[in-house]
Ligand binder design. Sequence first.
Ligand SMILES: C[S@@+](CC[C@H](N)C(=O)[O-])C[C@H]1O[C@@H](n2cnc3c(N)ncnc32)[C@H](O)[C@@H]1O
Length: 290
Amino acid sequence: MKLKEVIIATNYEGFSAIENILAEIGAVGISKEDFKQEEVIMKGYFEEEELTKEKVDSLRKRIAQLADYDLNIGSGEIIIKGLEQEDWVNKWKKDIKAIKVTDKIVIKPTWEEYQKQADEIIIELDPGLAFGTGYHGTTSGCLEMIEKYLQPDFDVLDIGTGTGILSIAATKLGAKSNFALDIDPVAVKVAKENAKLNQVLDQINFAQGDLLDIVDGKYDLVIANILPHVIKRLIPDLPKVAKVGSISILSGIIEEKADMIKDELKKYNFEVKEIIQKEQWITIVAIRRG
Ligand SMILES: C[S@@+](CC[C@H](N)C(=O)[O-])C[C@H]1O[C@@H](n2cnc3c(N)ncnc32)[C@H](O)[C@@H]1O
């Protein structure tokens, strides 16, 4: 098998966002070289025929957009190289193990045998977001809060679904309905494939859209793990889709931006119920009060 290696120069602030993007466009492996947290080199590995021009364009566009979100990602320079190591993927796969991310949720790669415990929920997800340089703090923060606050009669809205992981988890935890959207068509395609892999495709309505543009109706749980400036843009419109008394789980918020998001929530009558932090990432749970 021939591989393509996509090398991206970034820094400590930018690497997680870039890791997510690599995962969402279908990297079979992701690695990170960290030079005292100042310069970070992210590498994403793709099967040659899978790294289409569409994916490379999407990668370049999304990396360029990170600057618009006030994220300092360093140089963002991208180099793409061919790789001849035939068995690289298999060697890499051997190091990838199932991860228990919350009390109940286990993320496991498709090729690993895993003995499920009685109260566990298994999400099958191949490398990338879940298995890059370690499980991402924003995603695991959201999963923990979904597990804590989701009730079986909840209608769930997942904005910026990415790999679909949060909707897959909410569905497996018993949500009544699930609407998942993403601005990136590649993410929507990958999310559908992952939902199919987890046998929940018929329970999640996936669509492409920018924040709430295509959303109708009101929800009991709204989840958005996006960048702080996108969350800030979302909050004024949240009351249109969040029922009074509903729960919103907001993440993707780097520590320094948490106050800005809390202030914005207060302005629109959302009460901050809980805040959790994983590494430098904050997840906020808020209730719509009126
Ligand atoms: C950090 S990822 C989160 C993925 C997944 N929900 C998770 O928690 O792991 C953010 C996702 O939001 C999407 N996104 C960014 N801006 C958006 C917008 N304006 N409307 C909808 N989705 C957006 C990106 O394409 C990306 O897939």
